[in-house]
Design a protein around this ligand. Structure first.
Ligand SMILES: C[S@@+](CC[C@H](N)C(=O)[O-])C[C@H]1O[C@@H](n2cnc3c(N)ncnc32)[C@H](O)[C@@H]1O
Length: 254
């Protein structure tokens, strides 16, 4: 999978733009695992958590480069960790919240990464997980991209977009689908990922399909004495199917 190539147009893709109201202390330690171009710490976190202890781990330089720029522009102080999540030793009980959005599926041993995540969370800590579980239909995504952008960007820009970024995105999606078909990327149903999380020890607070049914969203807690202090105040989430390059905040509704 060529993540460097994907990084150049990744922000045109569908995205979860808001992580609801996380009830975390303002100095919480938050890690975005497989953070990509940095969308979630920039635009998904509620503003009161912008001064939290933020870390972002990714093994791809292209993705990290895009994230670095974005954090600088947004004035966020984020520790960037250039590392492979399957090998990196996350310090035990060190995070109040770990986010991972559509990254785990591409890791060689996702269950062992989830076990590391469990041990890296403090008791009561929160896992916010979105993971691609089903094989994506490239045509379905292309039609969706066209339909949602036609009015907003106009036909000329949409044709340009399909010719340029669209073909890179389609290529990346075909590659991902191929890896999924050959069982090199993790495939699962909503129930399967829920069972896996429970087996590891998480309490699954919310579980449902998202991203046009291709991914699953799981909000989980590591049981512990302070479990009631952290967690979600509200599970109100906006699963935005598409976000824009030029108006990244336009899809965030309160
Ligand atoms: C589809 S992108 C998602 C990025 C981001 N979470 C988002 O949704 O905007 C998947 C990310 O996972 C990263 N990734 C894949 N395998 C990884 C691994 N073993 N260790 C660290 N990062 C990994 C890729 O570099 C890429 O940035």
């Amino acid at each position: 999978m060529n993540w460097n190539e994907y990084a150049k147009c990744y922000d045109l893709l569908c995205d979860l733009s808001r992580i609801g109201r996380l009830s975390l202390p303002s100095d919480a330690s938050i890690l975005d695992l497989g953070g990509g171009t940095g969308n979630f710490l920039c635009h998904g976190l509620p503003a009161e958590l912008h001064r939290a202890n933020l870390s972002h781990l990714d093994f791809n330089e292209g993705m990290l480069g895009a994230a670095r720029e974005k954090y600088k522009k947004e004035g966020l102080s984020v520790e960037l960790l250039h590392a492979d999540a399957t090998r990196y030793e996350l310090p035990p009980s060190s995070f109040d919240c770990i986010l991972s959005v559509n990254s785990l599926y591409a890791m060689s041993n996702p269950v062992s990464v989830l076990q590391k995540v469990y041990s890296a969370l403090r008791p009561g800590g929160l896992l916010f997980l979105v993971n691609l579980g089903r094989i994506q239909n490239t045509l379905d995504w292309t039609l969706y991209l066209v339909a949602t952008n036609l009015i907003r960007l106009g036909p000329r820009r949409v044709i340009e977009l399909l010719r340029n970024e669209g073909s890179t995105i389609a290529k990346a999606n075909r590659r991902i689908a191929c890896e999924q078909r050959h069982h090199r990327y993790w495939k699962h149903t909503t129930a399967e990922i829920g069972e896996q999380l429970t087996r590891i020890g998480f309490r699954v607070d919310e579980l449902r399909p998202c991203y046009r049914g291709y991914s699953d969203l799981a909000i989980c807690t590591k049981p512990g004495p302070s479990a009631q202090c952290l967690g979600l105040q509200s599970t109100q989430l906006l699963l935005s199917p598409l976000r824009s390059y030029s108006h990244p905040r336009s899809v965030y509704r309160d």
